[in-house]
Design a protein. Structure first.
Length: 256
């Protein structure tokens, strides 16, 4: 249904240049027309047709809006609605991140009306294996905090093997750090299989994508990614994040 058509006709929510190019080549073998559908800053306009809404909370919200606008052309069934709703929930931080507005919730309601089973969806989203709690406890024990309130940790390959983590599961550790009072910037450094160190940057209120761009990355204002290639570069990024956080706190009274 709608989910299949959207994914076959467009490259949705892709940011990394090398991976984009490989995926584009694969899509061109399937379709003659490629459309970039994205809600990130348009730093790489790699498709002939662009649909980019930087202020939208997720690409799934954009596709839901398309389905709502053209109900006779784009039929949506409960499975497609569930996939789109799941994308909206996760990419918006459970409807908490900047970009969420009344239209976001109205589009979520449109998908719910199409047959989303929210009880089962949220159960599958939140239920975790018992061993994952051991990893979360380890994360809190490994945290570092800078003078101005940057909280960060590194998860190397040995740590990942110890807990049986995939690279993606290790990267999700940054989500454990966003409720620490006074720490408005969170960094997770994850050793990647290629020898680089991938960085997940998150913040409350403070814009950090400019910092990410200085370290081979980019993304949203408060949620970005970057890459460093040495411990020295890691320490430099932490120091810059600390300075940026100090400047923000000095000029604002509304941080928590």
């Amino acid at each position: 249904m709608l989910g299949q058509h959207a994914l076959l006709h467009g490259i949705v929510n892709q940011r990394t240049v090398g991976r984009n190019q490989r995926r584009i080549a694969q899509v061109y073998r399937i379709r003659q027309c490629t459309v970039k559908i994205d809600h990130h800053p348009n730093v790489e306009p790699y498709a002939p047709t662009l649909w980019v809404e930087e202020d939208c909370s997720s690409c799934c919200e954009m596709i839901a809006a398309l389905a709502e606008t053209f109900p006779e052309t784009l039929k949506i069934d409960p499975q497609a609605a569930s996939f789109l709703y799941l994308g909206m929930v996760t990419d918006s931080g459970r409807f908490r991140f900047p970009g969420v507005n009344g239209d976001t919730l109205r589009r979520a309601a449109f998908l719910m009306d199409a047959g989303v089973d929210t009880q089962r969806l949220y159960a599958r989203l939140y239920l975790r294996d018992f061993e994952s709690f051991r990893f979360e406890a380890w994360v809190y024990d490994q945290l570092h905090r800078t003078e101005n309130g940057v909280v960060w940790l590194r998860i190397d390959r040995e740590d990942q093997e110890k807990f049986g983590l995939s690279f993606e599961n290790a990267s999700a550790a940054v989500g454990y750090l966003d409720t620490i009072k006074g720490c408005i910037c969170q960094l997770a450094f994850i050793d990647a299989p290629d020898g680089s160190i991938r960085v997940r940057l998150r913040s409350r209120f403070m814009t950090i994508n400019g910092l990410a761009e200085r370290y081979h990355g980019g993304g949203h204002a408060c949620a970005s990614g970057a890459t460093v290639y040495s411990v020295e570069e890691l320490n430099a990024l932490v120091a810059e994040a600390d300075a940026l956080t100090g400047q923000y706190k000095a000029g604002h009274n509304d941080w928590l």
